[in-house]
Design a protein around this ligand. Structure first.
Ligand SMILES: Nc1ncnc2c1ncn2[C@@H]1O[C@H](COP(=O)(O)OP(=O)(O)O)[C@@H](O)[C@H]1O
Ligand SMILES: [Mg+2]
Length: 407
C-alpha cells in the first residue's frame, strides 16, 4: 500500500540507521502516523504477519503498532514478534495511556506506549527506539567485543524522608525501559530499606545473599539472585528483611556486588541509607553519578550542606554530583537560586511535589508507571533521559559529527 501523501517524507527507506514500519487495520490511521512522523515507512500494512514478512531480516526497525493491538491478543502477537526479531523495536500507540496498558505492553516487550495525539512524543519514541534497535543490531553483529561496564548511580542524602527511595526506584524503572542491557536497583539501606515494598516485590533473596555469593566468588549465582520487576524488566536486589542482618554485609562486599552487576547492566542504581558509613563512602567514591537529594526545607538544605562539608563531597565526588531538588515547588517558598548558592551546585533535576507520588507508593507501583503523565513522573523521566543522553548518546550524534568533519 502506498502511503505517500502531501507531506515531505524522508525519501529513502533503508538509508538511515533504522527503518520504520506501521501496522494497523485502519489505512487512514497509518497515513496519519506517517505524516505525523514525516518518514516514509519501509512497510505500511494492515496485519502483523505482513509486517514480519516486509521487515528485512536483521535490519533495525521501529514497528509502530496501532491501537488495535492494545488488547490481550494483540499484545500476545507483539510479544512473539519481540522475542523472534530482537532487531525490531515496537512502539504501541493508544488513544489514552492507562497504567494497565502500559504495564501489559512493557511486559509484552513493547519498548514504549505513546498517546496517538502526541506528535512530539511519537517522534521522540521512534527516534529513541530506532537507535536502540540499531545499537542492538550493531552489537549482535560484532561478536563478543570488550564488554562495556555499566554506570553506577547512587541516590544519596544526609537526611531521611527527602525522596531518596522515590528517586532511586522511579529513575531505575525509567532507565530499565530505556537501556539496552538490564538496569539493576540495589537497596543499600540495609536496616530500613523499602525498595521491595515500593515495587511490591517479595524479597525472596536480598543483598545479604548477594554478599554471600560474592564471598564464594560465584558471579553466575549472583545473577540468579536478582529479582525481576515484571512490569518494567528492572532487576532488583532488596535489603534484608531483618534489620539485624545489616551487619552481615561488609563495605568491600557491597562494592564487589555493584561492580559485578555493572559487568552485565547498563545502569546499577543504589538507594542509600540516610547516614554516612564505610559502605556509603565506598559507593560514593566508585559511583559515576551521585544524585544528591534535598527537599526544599531549611533543615534539609542545612543538613546536606553540613554533610557535604564534613565529607568534603565536592572534592571526592566533584563533577559526579547532581543536585535533585525534590518538591521543588513546595508551598514553603525557598528560592531555588538561594539553595543553589548555599550548596554550590546547580539544581539539575527539580522534581515537583505531587500527590501522585504518595498515591503510587500506597499502590506499590512507581509513579512513572502508575501515573505516567503526572508532573512528578515527567520530571523523573526527564532525569532518566538526561542520564541516558549523557552515558549512552544515540549513535546518530557520532554520524552527524562525522559528516560535519568530512565536509
Ligand atoms: N515529589 C514528591 N511529591 C510528593 N511526595 C513525595 C515526593 N517525593 C517523596 N514523597 C513522599 O515522601 C516520603 C518519603 O520519600 P522517600 O523516597 O521514602 O524518602 P527517603 O528514601 O529519602 O527516606 C514518601 O512518603 C513519598 O511518598
Ligand atoms: Mg528510603
Amino acid at each position: 500500500m502506498d502511503t505517500r501523501g502531501g507531506a515531505a517524507l524522508m525519501p529513502n527507506p533503508g538509508a538511515g540507521p533504522y527503518d520504520v514500519a506501521v501496522v494497523d487495520r485502519d489505512p487512514a490511521l497509518r497515513i496519519r502516523v506517517t505524516t505525523q512522523l514525516g518518514v516514509e515507512p519501509s512497510a505500511s500494512v494492515a496485519a502483523l504477519g505482513d509486517a514480519v514478512v516486509a521487515i528485512a531480516p536483521h535490519r533495525p526497525t521501529v514497528l509502530i503498532a496501532g491501537p488495535g493491538f492494545a488488547n490481550e491478543h494483540g499484545l500476545e502477537q507483539l510479544h512473539r514478534l519481540s522475542m523472534d526479531r530482537p532487531e525490531v523495536g515496537i512502539v504501541l500507540t493508544v488513544p489514552e495511556i492507562t497504567t494497565e496498558i502500559l504495564q501489559y505492553a512493557l511486559r509484552a516487550g513493547v519498548r514504549d506506549v505513546i498517546d496517538l495525539t502526541d506528535d512530539a512524543a511519537l517522534r521522540n519514541a521512534v527516534e529513541r527506539v530506532g537507535h536502540l534497535a540499531a545499537g542492538l543490531a550493531a552489537r549482535a553483529g560484532v561478536a563478543a567485543g570488550p564488554v562495556k561496564k555499566g554506570k553506577l548511580v547512587v541516590s544519596f542524602s544526609t537526611k531521611g524522608g527527602v525522596g531518596k527511595s522515590t528517586v532511586a526506584t522511579n529513575i531505575s524503572v525509567a532507565l530499565a525501559r530505556r537501556s539496552e542491557r538490564p538496569t539493576c536497583l540495589v537497596d543499600c539501606d540495609l536496616q530500613f530499606g523499602d525498595v521491595a515494598v515500593l515495587l511490591s516485590l517479595p524479597p525472596k533473596s536480598t543483598v545479604v545473599d548477594a554478599a554471600a555469593a560474592i564471598a564464594d566468588d560465584d558471579p553466575e549465582f549472583l545473577k540468579n539472585l536478582v529479582i525481576q520487576h515484571p512490569p518494567s524488566g528492572l532487576q532488583v536486589l532488596p535489603a534484608p528483611v531483618e534489620p539485624s542482618a545489616a551487619d552481615q554485609v561488609r563495605p568491600e562486599e557491597m562494592v564487589a556486588i555493584t561492580q559485578q552487576l555493572q559487568q552485565y547492566c547498563d545502569f546499577v542504581v543504589v538507594d542509600m541509607p540516610p547516614h554516612f558509613d564505610d559502605v556509603v563512602l565506598a559507593l560514593i567514591e566508585i559511583a559515576d553519578v551521585v544524585l544528591l537529594i534535598a527537599s526544599m526545607d531549611i533543615p534539609s538544605i542545612k543538613n546536606l550542606k553540613v554533610g557535604m562539608q564534613t565529607l568534603d563531597l565536592l572534592s571526592i565526588a566533584g563533577d559526579k554530583l547532581r543536585l535533585v531538588l525534590n518538591r521543588a515547588n513546595a508551598k514553603v517558598k525557598l528560592d531555588v537560586k538561594e539553595v543553589e548558592r548555599a550548596l554550590g551546585l546547580p539544581a539539575q533535576y527539580p522534581i515537583p511535589s505531587d500527590i501522585a507520588v504518595p498515591q503510587a507508593v500506597n499502590r506499590g507501583i512507581p509513579v512513572v508507571l502508575d501515573k505516567p503523565g503526572s508532573p512528578a513522573a515527567r520530571a523523573l523521566e526527564a532525569a532518566a533521559d538526561s542520564l541516558m543522553d549523557e552515558f549512552y548518546p544515540p549513535p546518530e550524534n557520532d554520524e552527524a559529527a562525522d559528516k560535519k568533519r568530512r565536509k
